[in-house]
Write a protein that binds this ligand. Structure first.
Ligand SMILES: [Zn+2]
Length: 55
């Protein structure tokens, strides 16, 4: 799924298979869905379930 090792951008916990994650990103303006994956690796912030629930 990801070439880079996915880590939570807040607590830096390593994301494992089947973990629920949230990705914070700006939706690309002029790119198609086929480039979302590459875009995520460059621009996306992965946030683990624990951190996403902090209010
Ligand atoms: Zn986290």
């Amino acid at each position: 799924m990801f070439k880079i090792k996915p880590k939570c951008s807040i607590c830096e916990k390593e994301i494992k298979g089947n973990d629920v994650v949230f990705v914070k990103m700006n939706y690309p303006k002029s790119r198609g869905m086929t480039e979302i994956k590459a875009y995520l690796q460059n621009e996306g912030e992965i946030i683990c379930e624990d951190c996403s629930q902090i209010k």
